[in-house]
Design a protein around this ligand. Structure first.
Ligand code: ZN
Length: 160
């Protein structure tokens, strides 16, 4: 178990495009375990590999107690829209309103490199879109409606 350093907005690595995973090496399996540790430690609900400095297409998400390891994830279908408040572990203490699809269907590979699909709505759909953006070097602050505002550190936050 290891907690990795989370990169913050302004770090140019967060703006780079991530590479596909072709071979899930022991080093990448360790990365995935560390990503969960880091996300839970920071009380976040999602984390993308570039947030800990690794430019690979890997994200972990746990919105409601069900963890999703998503390797090489891709959105297959979206429906409707939702707007809501969104935060990011790479932009601590801030949040903003972002419009996201209300429903997404995505494919990804798990830690055994087995393909699966996930259907999501609500905050899980939002988290999937947010994390997949990280893999393209896109941050939520690029998409925010209106302005980014401060949130109290003891607020119930769901940073991704
Ligand atoms: Zn984020």
């Amino acid at each position: 178990m290891a907690i990795r350093n989370i990169r913050h907005l302004g770090d140019e690595l967060l703006r780079k495009k991530c590479r596909e995973v072709t071979d899930l090496t022991p080093k990448l399996k360790e990365l995935i375990e560390d990503m969960y540790d880091t996300m839970y430690e920071a009380e976040g609900v999602g984390l993308a590999a570039p947030q800990v400095g690794i430019l690979k297409r890997i994200v972990v998400i746990d919105v409601d107690g069900t963890p999703y390891t998503m390797i090489n994830p891709r959105i297959l279908e979206t429906r409707d829209t939702q707007d809501g408040s969104e935060g990011c572990l790479s932009v601590p203490g801030k949040a903003g309103i972002v419009i996201r699809p209300a429903y997404v269907r995505a494919e990804a590979w798990d830690e055994n490199m087995e393909r699966y699909e996930v259907e999501a709505d609500g905050y899980l759909a939002r988290a999937i879109c947010h994390e997949l953006d990280h893999l393209e070097g896109i941050m939520y602050v690029d998409k925010v409606e209106g302005s980014i505002y401060d949130v109290e550190m003891d607020d119930e936050e769901q940073d991704v």
